[in-house]
Write a protein that binds this ligand. Structure first.
Ligand code: SF4
Length: 462
């Protein structure tokens, strides 16, 4: 920590020392895993300053909403929550309320806050966690409204303290930002250009997590396949994976998100030859129609996309895929949608995350004419969900009678069931004991639902 940061921290601690009770802070994150990762750093910084962390806004002296900008209704929900904090501020004038994350990067959001939510005293840009102390001190020194770290295009300081949400699962960002400018997406405008952490920093973090008993490492980036570009020593994502896989221990490595235009056969080979990396790829396709993919500026065709699926399946029939799909993109016709249906029948995804197109102002797609009605779009979504439900159920049935290993993530005491995911990221629910949570468990699959494999724990993995 440099001199001015130290002085800022000491000045804040001096303010907190006068509080009639131990100061408490609430950090609530919304949106993608990367935003939750930033949230863990906000918690670390506040805990390091001397705040106890709380989930109860009534108890909090600092409330930070770390919000997402990807969908309009997510934003209006956060605005609604900020509105609900007004009485708390009236009751506790020392309460500091802040908005941070991608949502804070939007000009119209900040204008709205200045106009209608004057009690929101600090606004921090996406990824600008280290600016929190000085913004906080400014608020304690009476500054009504502080905006810090907007358009942050650096990398978070590697020494920032972190309070992790998971006990045995941890997210590790490998890169920030995106250069792809898909026409419907606001991320490049709020998260900036791609920049990668050094492989040493990532390896040290993963090694420390594994040493401390972490069982699942999720590597994060908007497009992990372009990891390493721009580093002094360029390194590809498969090379980074091989480097991390060499770390001894009992853990899974998962990662997201991959952009199909940059995902390679080398990536698949690296995953299948590894000791720890999942045999599952989250590969957002967004549409099965080349015309729509072009209008989305996705830079691949359905055929190119399917060639990677076929390659992986030719190497391992059980290789699992999940994806993201947008229904109702402005130029999407029913014929385009039929192409999407035939693609998902061809791929047989194990899991599909589906979204109705949400126009984001400032993106090219928001200017495009919508050629479908809301009824048509919601009709397509119903058909898509039903089609995928049947596919997932059929995929899961292929595993009945087989054994696999899952990481037990939760225990449902009422049902006496452990839930978790296998190495191929398939959901599983098995009979077992609560002390197996956080452990790898060998399971025999005896049944299949549309949302999970079912079965029983056969024996703990040695
Ligand atoms: S790859 Fe496209 S959809 Fe993903 S974050 Fe970048 S611009 Fe957005």
């Amino acid at each position: 920590m440099n001199g001015s940061a130290r002085n800022t921290a000491e000045a804040i601690r001096a303010v907190l020392a006068d509080f009639p009770h131990p100061p408490r802070a609430l950090v609530q994150s919304f949106g993608c895993q990367l935003n939750f990762c930033d949230g863990e750093k906000y918690k670390g910084i506040l805990a390091d300053l001397g705040y106890e962390l709380t989930e109860d806004p009534e108890q909090a002296d600092v409330i930070l909403y770390n919000a997402c900008a990807v969908r309009a209704h997510a934003e209006s929900r956060v605005i609604g929550r900020l509105g609900a904090l007004k009485p708390l501020k009236e009751r506790n004038p020392r309460l500091v309320i802040g908005l941070c994350g991608c949502m804070a990067e939007e000009d119209e959001v900040r204008a709205l806050l200045r106009r209608s939510y004057p009690y929101v005293s600090l606004v921090l840009g996406a990824g600008a966690m280290e600016r929190l102390p000085q913004a906080l001190l400014a608020a304690y020194q009476g500054q009504k409204h502080t905006e810090e770290g907007l358009g942050f295009s650096g990398l978070p300081d590697e020494s920032l303290p972190t309070v992790r949400d998971g006990a045995f699962q941890a997210s590790v960002p490998v890169m920030y930002g995106c250069n792809n400018f898909c026409t419907y997406c606001i991320v490049p405008y709020v998260r900036g250009r791609e920049r990668s952490r050094t492989p040493e920093a990532i390896e040290n973090e993963v090694r420390e997590l594994v040493r401390s008993g972490c069982r699942e490492i999720l590597l994060l980036g908007q497009n992990v396949n372009s990891y390493g570009r721009g580093l002094s020593e360029e390194i590809s994502f498969p090379a980074l994976l091989r480097r991390l896989d060499a770390i001894d221990g009992d853990y899974f490595i998962r990662f997201m998100s991959s952009h199909p235009k940059d995902a390679t056969e080398e990536l698949i080979d690296t995953m299948l030859a590894s000791r720890h990396i999942e045999h599952h790829l989250h590969l957002p396709v967004q549409s099965g129609s080349d015309a729509v993919l072009k209008a989305m500026n996705r830079h691949y065709t359905a055929e190119k996309y399917l060639s990677l699926i076929d390659y992986a399946r030719s190497k391992s029939a059980d290789f699992a895929f999940s994806s993201d799909l947008i229904v109702g993109f402005p130029t999407e016709t029913d014929a385009d949608f039929q192409q999407t249906l035939s693609l998902i029948r061809r791929v047989r995804y194990d899991n599909l995350y589906t979204f109705i197109y949400s126009p984001r102002s400032g993106t090219p797609a928001a200017e495009m004419e919508q050629v479908s009605t809301e009824e048509e779009i919601s009709g397509r979504m119903r058909v898509l969900l039903e089609t995928q439900r049947e596919i997932t159920e059929r995929c899961n049935q292929d595993f009945i009678g087989r054994e696999t290993v899952m990481l037990a993530e939760k225990y449902d005491a009422e049902k006496g069931m452990l839930t978790g995911r296998t190495r191929a990221c398939r959901n599983a629910a098995v009979k077992g004991h609560p002390e197996l949570v956080g452990q790898f468990v060998r399971v025999r699959i005896t049944g299949a639902k549309s949302w999970a494999l079912t079965g029983e724990a056969v024996r703990e993995k040695e």
